[in-house]
Write a protein that binds this ligand. Structure first.
Ligand code: BJ8
Length: 423
């Protein structure tokens, strides 16, 4: 990695602790990723981004700030990046995916909080992640209780705006989310000093739609009998999409999709014939949470799709590009974002329909419903997910886990047994 120490120092980071993180990440990445064979050449870009994860993109964000630009840190796929980019800002995902940050979160949060929230709070308060230091403002949302309370703690340390997400999907809820998007626009305008217009918002809508289409192409390639990319590699692409520049993200994903389509034509699969095809559903997997993919794919299975926010929920559905007024655009944004099916909504039967649809589209042999420990929403919804899948005769395994490796061997035993059952 190039030398970014001066940049980290200027960001007020705890360099000693951060050094410890910098030591473990390349080892974990080498074990999980570089040990794979026959990877698509297009993955070289994503490998590079990971090798410079706390350097290359943070430097770009700082360069943007030096020119007067603002950076918005986000934690949820309901936050409309389009508004931020329309006003000349940059949105960057901030969800923490490493156990390294969890103890820092536990200093201020109950231990029985989900690891994603604990890691996110820990990364900020312990000053060991440049992205958390760079963001000028954080954008939270009223999804789960743990997040709502975490925003209050973070707000003592960093400017915070919380978007009030409805928890049902009636017409009035769509209208309410459109209003909330408009209110967010005011905050974004105040923060950036720039005005959101029909034109710049339309440009941003097209740009983010293009990114969604590119990611979808990579996922489409995974629907084939020939599996041209491992689940781990596809997950890495999606994880990086949360904080990369959206135009470059689309370019890189399109290049990767070209290569995958070519591989399918030429019969090049990364797994032997007969490998069991698995759909993962559940809570998001933020960098560097590669645990379940790694276990599945070193136990004789292949992950071919993720019904997760780090998966299909991130890119499915486009925003209507034909609106000619800001009101029409807020409504179009609201309609698209409300098509996401997070377990914080009730009822959330559309998510179960999505899982059944994806199981068919990706021709899966089984589903693993994997949820982060202490996520009551997804854990509770797991009951209906698993019940419906069983009724449809689709093998399903429910897993609850965290960011530690303490349960890895036990999970491997369960996943191996699950894959065996399908033979
Ligand atoms: S749209 S899944 S990104 S809220 S895992 S923090 S729900 S206790 S991350 Fe999420 Fe938006 Fe929903 Fe997606 Fe809470 Fe559950 Fe933790 Fe979660």
């Amino acid at each position: 990695m190039a030398d970014y120490r001066k940049m980290w120092e200027d960001l007020g980071m705890d360099l000693e602790n951060h050094d410890a993180l910098c030591e473990v990440l390349p080892v974990a990445f080498g074990d999980v990723y570089l040990s794979q064979e026959n990877r698509p050449e297009g993955m070289a870009f994503y490998d590079f981004v990971i090798s410079e994860i706390h350097g290359v993109r943070p430097s770009e964000l700082i360069a943007h700030q030096e020119q007067g630009g603002k950076v918005f840190g986000t934690f949820c796929v309901y936050v409309p990046d389009e508004i931020i980019f329309a006003a000349g800002g940059i949105a960057t995902g901030l969800c923490g995916g490493s156990q390294f940050w969890v103890p820092g979160g536990e200093k201020v949060l109950p231990k029985g909080t989900c690891p994603l929230i604990k890691a996110s709070v820990g990364a900020r308060l312990d000053r060991t992640c440049p992205f958390f230091r760079i963001a000028d403002i954080y954008v939270g949302e009223t999804t789960c209780d743990g997040k709502k309370k975490a925003w209050e703690i973070l707000a003592d340390d960093v400017p915070m705006h919380v978007m009030d997400l409805p928890q049902m999907k009636r017409e009035k809820d769509h209208a309410k989310w459109a209003e909330e998007i408009e209110a967010f626009k005011e905050v974004v305008e105040k923060t950036t000093g720039n005005t959101v217009t029909v034109e710049n918002l339309n440009d941003a809508i097209v740009m983010i739609n293009n990114k969604r289409k590119a990611l979808a192409r990579v996922y489409d390639a995974r629907k084939n009998d020939i599996i041209p990319i491992s689940g781990k590699d596809a997950l890495l692409m999606t994880q990086i999409a949360f904080y990369d520049d959206p135009v470059r993200c689309a370019e890189m994903a399109n290049a990767l999709a070209d290569e995958l389509e070519e591989r399918v034509k030429n019969g090049i699969s990364v797994f032997p014939e007969g490998t069991k095809r698995i759909l993962l559903t559940g809570t998001p997997m933020s960098v560097p949470n590669w645990k379940i993919h790694h276990i599945v794919e070193t136990s004789g299975g292949a992950v071919v799709c993720e019904e997760m926010c780090t998966g299909t929920r991130y890119f499915e559905h486009l925003v209507d590009e034909n609106q000619t007024t800001l009101e029409g655009q807020y409504k179009a944004l609201s309609d698209r974002y409300m098509k996401n099916n997070c377990a914080c909504f009730t009822p959330n039967t559309n998510r179960i329909d999505d899982i059944l649809r994806l199981a068919e589209e990706y021709n899966v042999d089984g589903v693993i419903d994997v949820n982060l420990k202490f996520c009551t929403l997804y854990d509770t919804e797991g009951y209906s997910v698993e019940k419906t899948l069983r009724e449809k005769g689709i093998p399903v395994l429910g897993i609850e886990t965290d960011y530690t490796d303490t349960d890895a061997e036990q999970l491997r035993t369960r996943i191996e047994a699950f894959l065996e059952l399908m033979n």
